[in-house]
Write a protein that binds this ligand. Structure first.
Ligand code: CAA
Length: 240
C-alpha cells in the first residue's frame, strides 16, 4: 500500500538511501535537511523526492514543516527519525555546547519529529515510527558520551511509544546501524577508522542501502506485530 513517509536528514547518507528505498517501495516521500541546500537540490533533481528545510532541534519549525508536508502529500503514516550529528570529544574536553547540540538534534529532534504526527496516527489507527539509533547507543563509544546518550535514549523512546501506540495500530522500532560508509564515518580520522574496521567481523563498513532495507520492512503493513524492538545491523561487531 502506498503511504506518505517523512524522513528527517533524508537527503544525505543513510537518510538518502532510506528516502530512495521508501519511494521504490511505492510510498510518497518527503525528505528533510538542515542546511546543505546544494546537496538537497541535487538529491531532488536525481530522485524526484521533494526536500524540505527545517531544523529538527526546533519544535515549532518541525511542526510547521510537517504541516507543509501534509498539505503537499497528505497525512504522514510513516516517520523515520534519522537526522543526527556528532560532536565527538573525550569527556574531559567535551564542552557544554557539544553536549547540548547533540542532545537537541539527536534526542529532542526525535520528540519534535514524532510528536506532531502522533495524534494523526492515533486517529487513523495506523502508524510506523522508525528511529535510527546506533551501535554506539548500545555499547558506548570513546569520545561520544553525548552521542551515545542520545542513541541509547532512542531505544527508551521506541520501547515507550510501542506500548502507547500498539492499540492504535502504531509501531515504533529502532535500528542500530554499525559503522556505515557515510560522510559521518568518513569524518573520523583515517587511522581511527582503520582500527574500527579491524573490529568489524564482516571486514567492511556497511552500506546505507543495508539500513534502508530494514526501514522499508519495518514501515510495511506486514511488520505490524514487530513493535518496540531494536534491529542491530553492524556486521557482527556487537551483540546485545
Ligand atoms: N579507545 C581508547 N583510547 C582512545 C580511543 C579509543 N577508541 N581513541 C582515542 N584514544 C586515545 C588516543 O590514543 C589518545 O591517547 P594518548 O593521549 O595516550 O595518546 C587519546 O585517547 C585522545 O587524545 P587526543 O588529545 O588525541 O584527542 P582529541 O581531543 O584530539 O580527540 C577524537 C580525538 C575526537 C577522539 C578522535 O580520535 C575521534 O574522532 N575518534 C573517533 C570517535 C568515534 O569513533 N566516533 C564515531 C563516529 S561515527 C558515528 O558516530 C556513526 C555511528 O553511529 C556508528
Amino acid at each position: 500500500m502506498s503511504r506518505v513517509a517523512l524522513v528527517t536528514g533524508g537527503s544525505r547518507g543513510i537518510g538518502a538511501a532510506i528516502s530512495i528505498a521508501l519511494k521504490a517501495a511505492g510510498h510518497k516521500v518527503a525528505a528533510t535537511y538542515a542546511g546543505n541546500d546544494e546537496a538537497a537540490a541535487k538529491f531532488t533533481a536525481e530522485t524526484g523526492i521533494k526536500t524540505y528545510k527545517w531544523n529538527v532541534a526546533d519544535y515549532d519549525e518541525s511542526a510547521s514543516g510537517i504541516a507543509r508536508v501534509e498539505a503537499d502529500l497528505g497525512p504522514i503514516d510513516i516517520v523515520v527519525a534519522n537526522a543526527g550529528i556528532t560532536r565527538d570529544a573525550p569527556f574531559h574536553k567535551m564542552t557544554r555546547d557539544q553536549w547540548q547540540q547533540v542532545i537537541d538534534t539527536n534526542l529532542t529532534g526525535v520528540f519534535n519529529t514524532v510528536h506532531p504526527v502522533w495524534p494523526g496516527m492515533r486517529e487513523r489507527k495506523f502508524g510506523r515510527v522508525v528511529v535510527i539509533s546506533s551501535i554506539n547507543g548500545q555499547k558506548g563509544q570513546f569520545a561520544q558520551v553525548n552521542y551515545a546518550a542520545t542513541k541509547a535514549g532512542d531505544l527508551g523512546i521506541v520501547k515507550s511509544l510501542a506500548q502507547e501506540g500498539a492499540r492504535a495500530g502504531i509501531t515504533a522500532n529502532a535500528i542500530c546501524p554499525g559503522y556505515i560508509a557515510t560522510d559521518m564515518v568518513m569524518a573520523v580520522p583515517e587511522k581511527v577508522r582503520e582500527s574500527i574496521i579491524a573490529q568489524i567481523p564482516a571486514g567492511r563498513l556497511g552500506e546505507p542501502e543495508e539500513i534502508a532495507r530494514c526501514v522499508v520492512f519495518l514501515a510495511s503493513d506486514d511488520a505490524g506485530f514487530i513493535n518496540g524492538s531494536t534491529i542491530s545491523a553492524n556486521g557482527a561487531q556487537f551483540f546485545v
